[in-house]
Design a protein around this ligand. Sequence first.
Ligand SMILES: [Zn+2]
Length: 552
Amino acid sequence: MNGPFARTICFAILTMAFFFASAQSDALVFRPLGGEEEPVSPTAYKQEVAREVYGRLVEARGDNRFNPPTFELAGTINNGAKIIYPENRIILEEKAYDVCTQFGADSTNALATLLAHELIHFYEKHGWTSKFSSSFAGLEIGNTIGKLSTKIINETQADYLGGFLAYSAGYDVFRKGDAFMAALYEKYGLEEHTEGYPSLSDRRAMARSSAARVGELANIFDAANLMAVTAQSAEEYQIAQALYEYILEDYQSRELYNNLGVLATYEALTYFNENEIKYRFPLQLELDFRSSRGSGFAEKREALLRKAANYFDYAIGLDAGYSPAYLNKACVLTLLEDYGRARFYAGTEARGRAGAADAHTAGSVEVLLGIIAAREGQAAEAEKHFSQAAALNNPLGEYNRKILKGEEVGREEVLSFSFDQTEEVDGVDLINFTRRPRGEQKIALALNPKLKLYGFVLEESPDNSQVMILESSLESSRRVLYLYHLTGKGYAGETGKGIRMGAGRKQVVTEYGEPAASLLSTNGEIMKYGNILFFLGPDGAVRKWAVAENTK
Ligand SMILES: [Zn+2]
């Protein structure tokens, strides 16, 4: 055998070995083999913390089509974190966990971002792409696809979508990814360059650019939720839908689909007259419903209801156990006068999936069954359901029972708390701000041809607060601006009624009363009052607030 030929074979075998390895797993750091130490068993409380964060991320993603990977904190010291595709398993090394803890107040955010990165490899089926490219191993194209582009695309996507997954689970956007990579390389004693892998400086640059993109998507998500909880007109429901649809192009979750379906339903409700919808529906977003244009829009409203039903189906497709989507779909079927199926979706599917312990869903189911009975002219049956809902502490039970009996329901004074006070952040008058914006413009984005989003960080302190402006000409040629001033992580001020960062829900209710509307999501709750909205984290503490204005 001559020399060059033997070398060629050797090279091919080495290449195949490399691709075999990379097809099996995606690791955070790559370490050439050799010099491995005995793994030690990881500290119990760290195991517990990591598992809890991991569980919250899986829950927030809400995609139960396939079993999520199992997770453990490991005592090995090779890869930092990795997903092992054939075993459907994710491990985080205690050594990498310790790198997270170097980031003080940001350590949980670092941990969540790291674990979410690995989970995205699973949800986006990167195991499949690496298996696919490994089948070209040894061919030139295999080299190109497998070694560089797929790897880098997958890593970039895992950084970007992982960052957003962590945010949607209630963690802050982790903006120190570049410093994290440096700390990780240092801790693992890695070279700046490893053959076949991006260099440390490349990875730091990638981390910086994905943090900026995650921040932008997080802002859009905030704007979507703010608009969802404040929307009261067809145009505003459309704006909120456009924002969720924009996010869905990159990131899918049952909650996004469910919210979209609810917003399409609310938009449809604006095309009914008051007589047709005198009862209040237990739709999952507990929003106030006022405007209506009366009948004469039969086609328009039916199209919107069908669209909503589709979105609920997508949510159910991601998670067959997600009861809110069944209940919301039952509401839509009721509006479509498909009572038989509506009853089945509410009484059997939603109730069954939620379980007996979930009094909120059980009460909502009774509300809807009452509405169906009332619409079918069975007053006694309807009253029974409304009373059962009331017994389960669902306020819509009593409200709808009064409507059924023709009793006075009383005027709602949802805005009474805020008339006496207009809130501001950093003393900024938002309407004036639109005439003379200041600070640094961070976002300028066309969500669609008739909807734009702008973001400004006030120059004094980037962590202090930011202004978001939605510019809409969806309904008419006259543009309407929706303005939000959001407090940032470092905001030290207080609201007009003395609420500060970290205050509990109870404190907010003591000062401001029960919210006019509230939006529950995987990352907590948004409480709406007049022109101020509070963002509570999953722990029920105030994480930030937003002052809202518009130029309607
Ligand atoms: Zn990765």
